[in-house]
Design a protein around this ligand. Sequence first.
Ligand code: GLU
Length: 259
Amino acid sequence: MKNIKRIAVKVGSSTLTHENGKINIKNVDHLSKVLSDVLNMGIEVVLVSSGAIAAGFSRLGLSEKPKELRIKQASAAVGQGALLYMYEKFFSEYGHSVAQILLNKKDVENEHRSENLTNTFNTLLEYGIVPIVNENDSVAVDEILIGDNDNLSATVATLIKADLLILFTDIDGLYDSDPHKNANAKLISEVRDIDSVMHLAGDATSNRGTGGMVTKLEAAKHCMDNGINMVIANGSDPDVIYSILKGERIGTLFIADRE
Ligand code: GLU
């Protein structure tokens, strides 16, 4: 964990919103504060933030996350703005500025477009701005959909050559069996061989996010294949970033073979 100069952090809908679809102000504030401090430590930060659909549906008067595509897309359009407004407010309170980057598969698959995107990221980081990334959910259709922000964050971490990707979620990391079903499930603190843990993914998802462990392990594989370390940690207390940066063992660390 030495010499970390650039990190990507992914935070999920269930951390950023309450179950009723309102923004979890305490969590957004706390995350913005810690990341601002990380910037003050001289480390560049890219934030991949979910939560657009989750923060939008209550503003459409709905009581739960919609299933129909057009309503999801409308929710995302409303929620994305609401979230960015909160990030802008909190980051600026702590002395920093944010930028919004919304993208789809085509932007990262096409060589010319992804090169252009990488230049945009690098330029923002050079200027000390925090790029806040999400999928462009309001215009995404199947053919151009990445679909989940775990995979999106691994792609972004690879494009910007991050030293570390931190995936925040609502459990402490990867367990050797489903902790919701088995009280004796043990947290796995370190993974070097991703293929040996893929079967532990299960199918657990929260009602607001889309990912679960499957996409987190896909993200880990993507990162490790590209020489990037990744941590899965509990996002309920973003202060753990300080410990992670100090090299303390928090959550599950996926160690890439960098040779
Ligand atoms: N892009 C989606 C949103 O902002 C979330 C995708 C995910 O949870 O992985 O609502």
